[in-house]
Design a protein around this ligand. Structure first.
Ligand code: HEC
Length: 143
């Protein structure tokens, strides 16, 4: 094929690839699922977090956190450990060696929930953290 058309086509393909790639970059230190500089978590309302946990409006694909995590489902044994710790999914897909609980929630927001991270200083993120801290206490690793 003539060269200009080829160049145009490859530019188009590159643009397409970019627009369909997820909103996060693996291993990117500025990835929005990592705490912003100077981040100070705010206290959250666990009752509000519990409500959000079952709210499909947080995702773009009809999922709620509870679709996977009801009754302690889908967690690996790492959930029993104090944060920050290594979570395989965050490590492999986001390049984060170790995550705080809020960072993991953001990871699930962008990966399985196919949504944007929650605003870092929001009562939504703080509420989910507070609720999950309670869930963590009754979580028993399977092995
Ligand atoms: C489609 C399924 C799915 C949905 C929906 C989902 N997650 Fe997850 N989540 C996972 C899987 C799978 C893991 C385990 C990853 C691993 O251990 O490698 C995980 C891990 C976690 C962990 C880390 C546990 C640890 O080992 O420390 C937390 C916390 C978490 N999810 C919270 C949430 C929250 C909050 C939401 C909703 C905003 C959510 N998840 C939505 C599948 C899901």
């Amino acid at each position: 094929m003539p060269q200009p058309i080829f160049a145009l086509l490859s530019a188009l393909i590159a643009a397409l690839a970019l627009s369909t790639s997820p909103a996060f970059a693996a291993g990117d230190a500025s990835a929005p699922t990592t705490r912003p500089a100077g981040y100070k978590p705010i206290a959250g309302d666990a009752k509000f977090g519990e409500k959000l946990f079952t709210d499909t409006k947080l995702s773009t694909n009809g999922m709620a956190c509870a679709s996977c995590h009801a009754n302690h489902g889908s967690y690996s044994n790492s959930f029993a450990k104090h944060y920050p710790h290594t979570v395989t999914m965050a490590k492999e897909q986001l390049g984060q060696q170790s995550v705080y609980l809020d960072e993991m929630i953001q990871g699930c927001m962008v990966m399985p929930m196919a949504a944007k991270p929650l605003p870092w200083n929001s009562k939504e993120l703080a509420g989910l953290v507070a609720y999950l801290q309670i869930q963590q206490k009754s979580f028993k690793p399977s092995r």
